[in-house]
Design a protein around this ligand. Structure first.
Ligand SMILES: *Cc1c(COP(=O)(O)O)cnc(C)c1O
Length: 325
């Protein structure tokens, strides 16, 4: 099975390192934990969207577009990385963000502004509708907008994580490291779709578990499986179903999306203080909190190896100061 990748830009610092978390593993007394540092992709504080944007922005440039439009939450890491990629390639960028402009400009929102993005606050309008309106207005003004969906999660975005699995399996082979589980935060599904499809293509035999940060497990599974199937077709692999390898846990939704609770607070402090590694309040803090809880419940045996895929997001930390201290 050899995927036929679409055109791609080289934006990320790759390969991102894999590091053992020895002190954390010892402290928890469960499996050996490793971390894959996609928080170090290098684009304006990094994160998983950089791998997706390598394909998405290449497509925008190939189509002759001059303006990137995307959408997300006020502290969206995806929007911040899109703004940075736009700057790097001399494109305009408009971000369609949920709700009203907060009085305190901080975290990703601050970086969006420094990166020169235009920001449209949707108020009560649905985000996709607002994006369509922005695109229509830009076309009227003679610009050529390129619309990127929430989280960059379409077949091109997912291709970024198919390719990431090529990178990972090559690293694991070179290091003679056998990983039993990959654990990561899952939301709009592009990352998980790419990981699961890439596992099939590159022969990764371990299990993969997405920890949902905002939706019920069944909804995420359906979305991921459909996106993986569409991505397989787009990469020239024909009909390929990976639905039986899509595992999602929704036990850690707590108070909902971006509501920081004890799970996230404890995980962020523990990993910071045992390893000097920063997690983020919305995604990786929740996913690591879930992993820690699963370890405490005995979901893994000693000697098993778990890879936590750090998907970034640390730029949002200052926006959650009062919830983290
Ligand atoms: C967007 C994001 C995710 C989730 O990735 P999806 O492809 O949307 O599932 C995880 N972690 C961080 C830090 C993110 O910004």
């Amino acid at each position: 099975m050899k995927p036929n990748y679409p055109k791609r830009l080289h934006i990320a610092q790759l390969p991102t390192p894999i590091e053992p978390l020895e002190r954390l593993s010892k402290h928890l007394g469960g499996p050996d934990i490793f971390i894959k540092r996609d928080d170090q992709t290098g684009l304006a504080t990094g994160g998983n969207k950089t791998r997706k944007l390598e394909f998405l922005v290449a497509d925008a440039l190939a189509q002759g577009c001059d303006h990137l439009i995307t959408t997300g939450a006020p502290q969206s890491n995806h929007c911040r990385q899109t703004a940075a990629a736009a700057a790097r390639y001399g494109l305009n960028c408009t971000l369609v963000l949920s709700g009203e402009e907060p009085s305190l400009v901080t975290g990703n929102h601050l970086l969006d502004k420094l990166l020169g993005a235009h920001i449209n606050w949707v108020g009560s309008q649905p985000r996709n509708e607002a994006m369509d309106d922005v695109c229509a207005e830009l076309r009227r003004m003679g610009q050529k907008p390129y619309q990127i969906p929430l989280g960059g999660s379409n077949v091109l975005g997912a291709a970024g994580y198919v390719l990431a699995m090529k990178e990972l399996t090559e690293q694991l082979n070179a290091q003679s490291l056998n990983i039993d589980f990959i654990v990561f935060a899952s939301s709009s599904g592009g990352t998980q779709a790419g990981i699961v499809l890439g596992a099939e293509i590159y022969g990764f035999r371990g299990q993969m578990l997405g920890i949902s940060v905002d939706h019920p497990a069944e909804a995420v599974k359906t979305q991921v499986a459909a996106l993986a199937t569409a991505a397989a077709t787009h990469l020239g692999l024909g009909q390929l179903s990976v639905a039986d390898r899509v595992n999602v846990n929704d036990d850690y939704l707590g108070g909902g999306y971006a509501v920081v609770g004890q799970t996230e607070r404890e995980a962020i402090r523990l990993v910071a203080q045992k390893e000097g590694v920063l997690l983020d309040p919305v995604y990786t803090g929740r996913a690591m909190g879930g992993l820690i809880d699963l370890i405490r419940w005995g979901a893994f045996t000693r000697g098993q190896r778990v890879l936590f895929w750090h998907t970034g997001g640390t730029a949002a930390l200052p926006a959650f100061t009062d919830k983290l201290l």
